[in-house]
Design a protein around this ligand. Structure first.
Ligand SMILES: Cc1ncc(COP(=O)(O)O)c(C=O)c1O
Length: 438
């Protein structure tokens, strides 16, 4: 592979990256359009992960690009503290048409991590406003990923993301991961086994004292932790137990929002209505950073109508509702609607499922999991560790013009909602070749 022309790669401290290894053999992307990136050495690379689960309408969609260009030329910035611009209200209305039931109040932030911390703070503020300020604990789940700020790290269930960062803040215990190789390997979609694991929630609540618990936060489908799909009936039980003990349910839909699972949100696909939803990524098709938190009307009303202060929630970001991000988000939602992309995603998910599961039986694969346009292909360790194998497959695919994502012992796929059969075939074919070359 041709070496990159930049002489100095030393000063960018790359996030979640093996900096020393990367800088010896960098992979630089310089252009993007639709399903493809162009690498610095001029190759067209099929994007099997839509950026990082985020460019749901494909890259550089002209309608989104134009909206961003127009907005930045018209007004670059306006604060949302005591001022605002009209488009942010329009965007909040549009989002509230996509969220389930009465989750109509929308708070803006800039990243998934900020959305999570905002959601946790809103849950605390809600209980405090209700005279239950002892409700300060959060219950989350093993393998969950909720971003990297202190709140999200505290409720995160991936060990490497927590070590070296001190005590973090107090949380209740974690629910067990629902992934069980013996019981559910190679399940297509939702596994039949495992709904009983939700009953752990009641035990955890009782051992913490339910009146000390503010909320349960879960990804409806675990994303970064390896596309772990909820067993049939599991989320229903979680919701039932939360309701029984007046504990809020937060769904972190940073990955599962905006068509990834064939609906605007996984909550809708599964028919489970949480109290709060976090979203980011597909909100602007990843063109400009923005995230949001959708909150049930009753939570907003409780906090806002009962506040003794003029300002009801002492929380917000300089860039909450940034005009350029708002323009990008409105344009993205228009594209999703006009091009019917949530349905397109649903139409191709069977093909996607069949293609990824066709890898069953290949060298070293111990599990394949999928739902909507998300999948993980999980490796076993022998003399080579599963993590090294995942890394090798990622590198092989990259060298052969396909971008997949490796993470722990598995690779993940999350193509854009515009993916065609030939794209899916090429992605799976390249992985197969990579496996045969291991
Ligand atoms: C479920 C979930 N929550 C939160 C985040 C954090 O988002 P960000 O990286 O934008 O801070 C992510 C990122 O992948 C995520 O998958």
């Amino acid at each position: 592979m041709k070496k990159n022309k930049n002489s100095n790669l030393e000063n960018f401290w790359m996030p979640f990256t093996a900096n020393r290894i990367f800088k010896q053999n960098p992979r630089l992307l310089v252009k993007a359009e639709g399903m493809f990136y162009t690498s610095e050495d001029g190759r067209k690379i099929l994007d099997g992960i839509s950026g990082m689960w985020c460019c749901n309408a494909g890259h550089c969609h002209p309608h989104i690009v134009k909206a961003v260009q127009d907005q930045i030329a018209e007004m670059d910035y306006a604060t949302a503290f005591n001022m605002a611009h009209p488009s942010v209200f329009k965007l909040a209305n549009k989002i509230s048409q996509l969220t389930p039931d009465s989750l109509n109040k929308i708070f803006f932030a800039n990243s998934g991590s900020e959305a999570v911390d905002t959601a946790l703070k809103i849950a605390l503020a809600y209980h405090a406003s209700n005279g239950e300020s002892d409700r300060t604990k959060f219950i989350s789940r093993e393998k969950g990923y909720h971003g990297v700020n202190f709140g999200g790290t505290s409720v995160g269930g991936i060990l490497n993301n927590r070590i070296n960062f001190g005590p973090l803040f107090e949380k209740g215990n974690c629910l067990s991961s629902t992934w069980n190789l013996e019981e559910m390997a190679f399940s297509k979609g939702q596994p039949d086994w495992g709904d009983h694991l939700a009953t752990e929630l009641e035990e955890i609540l009782l051992s913490n004292g339910p009146s000390n618990v503010a909320a349960v936060i879960l990804e409806p489908i675990v994303g970064s932790g390896g596309v772990i799909v909820p067993p049939k009936g599991y989320l229903e039980l979680i919701k039932e137990i939360c309701t029984k003990y007046n504990v809020l349910l937060i769904f972190d839909e940073v990955i599962t929002g905006f068509g990834r699972v064939g609906e605007a949100f996984a909550s809708k696909r599964f028919g489970i209505c949480p109290d709060i939803i976090t979203m980011a990524k597909g909100l602007t098709n990843a063109s400009v950073p923005m995230s949001a938190v959708a909150v049930d009307n009753s939570i907003y009303n409780q906090i806002v109508n009962n506040s003794k202060e003029n300002i009801e929630l002492f929380h917000g970001y300089t860039y909450s509702g940034h005009p350029v991000a708002a323009a990008a988000a409105i344009a993205s939602l228009e594209v999703y609607e006009k091009e019917d992309l949530f349905n397109k995603s649903k139409e191709i998910e069977d093909k996607f499922e069949e293609a990824v599961h066709s890898l069953k039986g290949e060298n070293t694969i111990v599990d394949i999991r999928n739902f909507g346009l998300m999948a993980a292909i999980h490796f076993s360790s022998d003399i080579t560790s599963a993590t090294d194998k995942a890394n090798s497959i990622f590198q092989y695919c990259y060298e052969n013009d396909v971008l997949v994502r490796f993470s722990g012992d598995y690779i993940v796929l999350s193509p854009a909602l515009i993916a065609k059969e030939e794209h899916i075939d090429k992605i799976v074919h390249t992985i197969r070749e990579g496996l045969r070359n291991l």
